[in-house]
Design a protein around this ligand. Sequence first.
Ligand code: OGA
Ligand code: NI
Length: 208
Amino acid sequence: MLIKFKTKPILEHTFEVIISSFLKNEIGLSDDFLGTILSKQLQGNLLQLLVEKQLKTAGIGHKKGFVENKLIRNDLIYWLDRKHNDVHENTFFDFMDRFVQYLNETCYTGITSYEFHYAFYDKGSFYKKHLDQFKKNNSRVYSMIMYLNEDWQPNDGGELCVYPYGKAQVISPINGKCVFFKSDHLEHEVLLSHKPRMSITGWLKSDA
Ligand code: OGA
Ligand code: NI
């Protein structure tokens, strides 16, 4: 297969970094997961979708339990899909296919599918402390968030706050950074953002 992103050894090194930090700290971190080129292309897509008003208010819950609750979260989202035939979205999916394959081969994780959306937190947005797994559906196994923000400053807010081993850890949503954690296990929140904040968020799922 033609690799449009990182070469195989660099790719596998990237995967190792995030997996080994996850195994050690309950939260996997990589400072340069997708790489600068793909991150920039996806950020371009997100900005375009925003102009076209394609992003929609995110909700909480699943299927019939779905409700909009702007007191809990007030970001806008747009689901990625291979059916869009967008070249950068498809490169992203190729990348994630490689990651899932690596994870399943090295850690026997049994991931069978995934879902990803762009997220846009306008100035004044947040997402209160939560778990990513739905009460009536436990198919989400791992959560992943990839940030698409250049020049994020300490006073811009919008940090992801996670609680590994019950202790707060604050993560700045800096471009290229990816976080990885168990969806049913790790509570987290997005602190009030003082400027527009962009990311791709998704879940690796097991249908077993
Ligand atoms: C989520 C979430 C965190 C972030 O979408 O479930 O927790 O940093 N996002 O965007
Ligand atoms: Ni979450």
